[in-house]
Write a protein that binds this ligand. Structure first.
Ligand SMILES: [Zn+2]
Length: 279
């Protein structure tokens, strides 16, 4: 069973550093509203090729396409190293997730589970703002770090509102006990598939059960971690982590490994941690 590690906040308070952090919200570009891509492309829908290494790697994203200038020039970019987040009396985000089918898609940079939300959408409420769940995907190893520590996987649950604003919930995965039962349908699709970029498979996901019980988050304002690096993304990293077995983690890394953007400068941004339990 997946074990949650709700103690990140305490560990940070104790200055012990490393530990279980989990989710962050990350952003997905405007494409979050669009159907899952059938071929590799940027999350903005741009067809310019990019990668995580070489001459189309992160150091060059900003010059590969005029629409991606923020990747080089932005001042509120993601991911970042999380150090000493300031306690703030905010209630935890409220996850109104429901079970639904999902389409598993290889984007060419990660594998996504796209929520089929036409019947019963899932929502994320942050304060008075409400965002609709679009998809989740993974990075291996994690993009965000906690006091310099990375995790084997970071899952990004991407949401957007009707204005196209993006909120991403980040969830860190540690190696340990096997993942909870809710993860099995997605893991089965990962093992059975994804050689072709246009490979799509449908599965049923118990979205609420994919997340840890503890919904405390670390929050900051950042960007998409893929081109075009759009800013204004509300990041919510869960302080609780989940575990997966080494074999389960290997199912992810067999598809993609090294698909993380390097850390970006904080540039004085405030990073807070929920000081009030929510909902
Ligand atoms: Zn991501």
């Amino acid at each position: 069973m997946a074990r949650t590690r709700p103690d990140l906040a305490r560990l940070i308070a104790l200055g012990t550093g490393v530990c279980a952090l989990a989710a962050v919200t990350m952003v997905v570009p405007a494409a979050a509203d669009a159907p899952a891509p059938a071929t590799p492309r940027s999350e903005t829908g741009n067809a310019t090729e990019w990668s995580y290494s070489g001459d189309t790697g992160p150091a060059y994203w900003g010059s590969l396409d005029p629409d991606w200038a923020l990747c080089a020039d932005g001042s509120m970019q993601s991911p970042i190293d999380i150090v000493d987040p300031a306690p703030k009396p905010l209630k935890n985000p409220v996850f109104r997730y429901v079970k639904s089918t999902a389409t598993v898609v290889d984007t060419g940079h990660t594998v996504e589970g796209v929520a089929d939300d036409f019947v019963r959408p899932s929502f994320l409420r942050i304060g008075s703002e409400e965002f609709r769940l679009k998809q989740f995907h993974f990075h291996a190893p994690s993009e965000h770090t906690i006091n310099g520590k990375s995790y084997p996987l970071e899952l990004h649950f991407v949401h957007s509102d009707e204005s196209g604003r993006i909120a991403v919930v980040g969830l860190f995965v540690k190696e340990g006990a096997p993942a909870g039962r809710a993860w099995r349908p997605f893991l089965r699709k990962l093992t059975s598939h994804v050689d072709e970029a246009d490979d799509r498979q449908i599965t049923a996901l118990d979205w609420p059960a994919l997340l840890p019980q503890d919904k405390r988050t670390i929050r900051y304002s950042g960007s998409l971690t893929t081109p075009g690096c759009s800013e204004g993304v509300r990041w919510n990293l869960l302080t609780a982590t989940i575990t997966m077995s080494s074999a389960q983690i290997a199912r992810f890394t067999r598809e993609y490994e090294g698909n993380r953007r390097p850390l970006q400068p904080l540039n004085g941004r405030s990073v807070t941690i929920d000081a009030t339990r929510g909902s």
